[in-house]
Design a protein. Structure first.
Length: 602
């Protein structure tokens, strides 16, 4: 029989098939298989498995369990009136390798692979005898891996050995960044020290502390901001080398590991996050504050930083790399990327502190943002309620005021009734956001949109220019700037802006593509307008523009089809009233829109 304790706890037969075995019984087997002794008293077994229950209840539960275990692979555990024993002659355990731990018998790469899978990963008891035992086992495993790392890293020569040493070092530094000896195994470049001052000086830890105290702190609450640097995606067809780009990101991670004020998620964890379909759950599980996402393209390396609590992109930039030069310039580029990341994290310290004091408000805000991803009246009004709940928990939360402002502006567009009260509330909420935090772009962005729909186009452009000045890579602000330029009868300029926003956030919300469709329409690219609308996950809000675009291409059948669908969603729409209130600076643009809608049958 084979017992798997790293990863999901399983018992396998000789053919590799999973055996049916009572869960509590497997825990007893795991405990005895990893202990120095293969026997435990019945009293200890009852406390180990049911420490939260009354003693009498625990003993009753144990007796019932033993009755079940006698018929489930009965040769594995034996029972006396006083003790439970494990027959090791019939069992091999993956944790056996940890009892050997000799350089000639266990490679560091094997140990890293084992520990990366996490001992009893699916066990989540918060406290009690069992929980304390699991934590103690994980602590000992980290001590063993650290000892092996320090013992073998200097002799590492092959690519496999070097990769294992780095994985082990990152894994340890993820939990306790003060371990100077482990950090030294990464050969951190001296130039990183200057950047490290932004988050506190690097100070070596004492040898005794490193040997014991640091490891013992592994399971203390993590208070440092945690950063997940995701491995780059990309394609070899770009002409650039993806493996070399991965090495670049590795260099950046090494630089960030030099900081005492940050905790860097180990590469293995980052890879799991990248590959997962449930990224948000993993980010929450690992208490990650920032995600640094990277992508290799034909133009170079694209980097964006996402502040997880609010799901906002706080930084995005593209680093141009001449073809074939990534390898030779890797170290220099790594220092630049590291410096940019540090600068943005420093700027965002206030938001992180605010989140730590009001996590509930951020959770409500994030839910509101998710609700706003669907441009429907029920979703927008639901988001407004959620943003108000966030403000009840933190009355000075500027992000929530910005979200509130956006709900009013979007409702004004969706209803197409020209209700000035909605825009008055949007402007008021946006100014509240700016008052509470004038150094972030969100409030200016929403003020710009409110001013746009009020017809105050110059004031709108001024506010949106300020938003872009504060956050040059904030895609949402650039999208809003593009929208305002289109309404100011500068559709060509607007199209350039919205293409920049889409490049910064290619998986952005529907309004990006709606805006791009509008810009395309007004430069006469009606087929491109249709294509952009078809990129929207929910096209209903753009049926009117879709109908006009089809009509301008002479496709009356499709134009009438989308007009009918728009009428079903907005039966009170009146073309003349809408054109009277829609903020468009020059008459030619209004006439072009009117022409398409009339041809579509409005």
């Amino acid at each position: 029989m084979f017992l798997q304790t790293f990863g999901r706890l399983r018992l396998l037969d000789a053919a590799g098939r999973e055996c049916k075995y009572p869960r509590k019984g497997l825990l007893l087997v795991a405990y005895l298989a990893t202990s120095a002794f293969s026997e435990i008293s019945r009293e200890e077994a009852a406390e180990f498995l049911w420490s939260h229950d009354d003693r009498a209840i625990a003993f009753t539960n144990l007796r019932k369990l033993i009755s079940r275990l006698r018929v489930a692979h009965g040769s594995l555990l034996t029972f006396s009136p006083t003790h439970v024993s494990l027959n090791r002659d019939h069992l091999v355990c993956d944790a056996d390798v940890l009892k050997v731990m000799h350089p000639t018998e266990t490679s560091l790469s094997s140990l890293v692979d084992l520990i990366n899978r996490t001992f009893l990963v699916d066990m989540h008891e918060p406290d009690g005898v069992f929980a304390r035992w699991v934590k103690e086992q994980r602590r000992k495993q980290l001590e063993l891996m650290r000892a092996r790392l320090l013992e073998t890293s200097a002799q590492a020569s092959s690519a496999t050995e070097i990769a294992a040493a780095r994985q082990a070092a990152f894994y340890i530094l993820e939990r306790f960044p003060d371990d100077q000896l482990v950090r030294d195994t990464l050969s951190v470049a001296p130039k990183v020290a200057a950047a490290a001052r932004m988050f506190g000086e690097i100070t070596p830890a004492g040898t005794a502390q490193i040997a014991t105290g640091v490891i013992e702190s592994a399971f203390q609450p993590q208070k440092l901001p945690r950063v997940a640097l995701l491995p780059p995606t990309g394609s070899y067809t770009s002409g650039l080398d993806l493996p070399t780009a991965s090495a670049l990101i590795d260099d950046v991670a090494i630089g960030l590991c030099a900081l005492r004020g940050l905790s860097i998620v180990a590469p293995y964890t980052a890879e799991r996050i990248r590959a997962s379909d449930e990224k948000l759950l993993l980010l929450e599980k690992h208490q990650i504050s920032y995600v640094v996402d990277t992508k290799l393209t034909g133009d170079g390396l694209f980097v964006q930083i996402i502040f997880v609590p609010s799901d906002n992109v706080i930084y995005a930039d593209r680093f141009e790399i001449a073809r074939g030069l990534l390898s030779s310039h890797r170290k220099a580029l790594a220092e630049i990327v590291t410096g940019r990341i540090l600068a943005e994290l420093k700027r965002n310290e206030r938001a992180l502190s605010d989140y730590e004091h009001h996590p509930g408000a951020y959770q409500r805000y994030l839910l509101g943002v998710q609700q706003m991803s669907r441009l429907t009246l029920p979703s927008v009004r639901g988001a407004r309620k959620t943003f108000r709940e966030a403000l009840q928990q933190n009355a000075n939360f500027s992000h929530a005021y910005s979200g509130l402002a956006k709900t009013y502006s979007i409702e004004w567009v969706l209803t197409a009734r020209g209700d000035p009260e909605l825009l008055r509330k949007a402007e008021e909420s946006a100014r509240s956001a700016i008052t509470r935090n004038p150094e972030i772009a969100y409030g200016y962005k929403e003020l710009g949109m409110a001013k746009l729909y009020l017809g105050e186009l110059d004031e709108s452009l001024d506010a949106l220019a300020r938003a872009e000045e504060l956050s040059p890579h904030y895609a949402d602000a650039i999208y809003s700037f593009a929208d305002s330029l289109i309404h100011a009868s500068r559709p060509k300029d607007g199209l350039e802006k919205i293409e920049k926003a889409i490049a910064l956030n290619p998986l952005g919300p529907d309004e990006y593509f709606w805006c791009a469709a509008g810009a395309s329409y007004f430069v006469g690219a009606f087929d491109k307008a249709i294509s952009r609308i078809q990129s929207m996950s929910n096209q209903a809000s753009a049926y009117r523009l879709l109908a006009a675009s089809c009509a301008m291409l002479g496709d009356s059948k499709r134009a009438h089809h989308y007009r009918r669908k728009d009428r079903m969603a907005n039966p009170q729409f009146d073309l003349q009233k809408w054109l009277a209130v829609v903020p468009i600076r020059e008459q030619w643009q209004k006439e072009m829109y009117r022409e398409g809608l009339v041809k579509a049958g409005y």
